[in-house]
Design a protein around this ligand. Structure first.
Ligand SMILES: Nc1ncnc2c1ncn2[C@@H]1O[C@H](COP(=O)(O)OP(=O)(O)O)[C@@H](O)[C@H]1O
Ligand SMILES: O=P(O)(O)OC[C@H]1O[C@H](OP(=O)(O)OP(=O)(O)O)[C@H](O)[C@@H]1O
Length: 179
């Protein structure tokens, strides 16, 4: 039996990384793998949950077929290691921190994927991005402007509002996965 891909998407600052970190133990207990992304961000900014590489190294990995999925956004490149296909083939569910712009390509490759769109009220989103303090104010405005592209353009997905308490969002995510 094949495992299921869970494709978590949402605006920058909606809380994808926070949600995955907070849910990690309970996801692991359910046998859900969390894909570790490869990102061309500094090791310092990328944290523990991803692998930082240079642009050259990223291009080399991409050319050699190391990624099941890869995309570019926000001046960065992101790759999901090919290993997820082995996990799925072995019947394990895999959760990926994905991209809205890559949604159709992901769905073509994984037609049965469960898509979860994390959302946050716009005024809360700007405040969270400013408070996170990882990007410059210009980069934050560019990320907020990017969201207009995706309004009403995505379908067949579950909405998960993360404007409130993070633990409640963890509970909602697990309920969606358990359905
Ligand atoms: N439910 C929440 N309540 C309050 N702050 C949150 C919540 N979820 C995330 N945050 C904060 O919002 C900021 C953006 O979250 P992050 O996980 O980095 O988002 P993303 O990975 O989607 O860009 C972080 O500073 C994080 O601590
Ligand atoms: O097409 P989009 O939906 O806009 O997504 C573009 C990229 O931005 C996010 O990355 P990341 O979580 O590293 O950035 P963030 O922390 O700023 O959201 C998301 O996970 C994608 O990799």
């Amino acid at each position: 039996m094949k495992g299921r891909l869970i494709y978590l998407i949402g605006p920058s600052g909606s809380g994808k990384d926070s949600l995955l970190d907070a849910a990690r133990e309970r996801l692991t207990a359910r046998g859900v793998r969390i894909a570790r992304r490869v990102i061309t961000r500094s090791a310092e900014a990328v944290g523990e949950s991803a692998e930082a590489v240079s642009h050259d190294e990223f291009d080399r990995l991409e050319r050699s077929g190391a990624f099941a999925m890869s995309w570019r956004a926000n001046e960065l490149a992101y790759g999901i290691p090919l290993q997820i296909d082995q996990w799925l083939a072995a019947g394990e569910d895999v959760l990926v921190n994905g991209s809205r712009a890559y949604f159709e390509q992901a769905r073509q490759r994984y037609p049965d994927m469960l898509t979860v769109l994390l959302s946050v009220r716009p005024e809360v989103l700007r405040q969270r991005l400013l408070k996170r303090n990882r990007e410059t104010p210009e980069q934050i405005e560019a990320r907020l402007a990017r969201n207009a592209r995706f309004e009403d353009s995505l379908d067949e997905l579950f909405l998960l509002d993360n404007s409130g308490d993070l633990q409640e969002s963890v509970d909602k995510l697990l309920r969606l996965i358990d359905r």
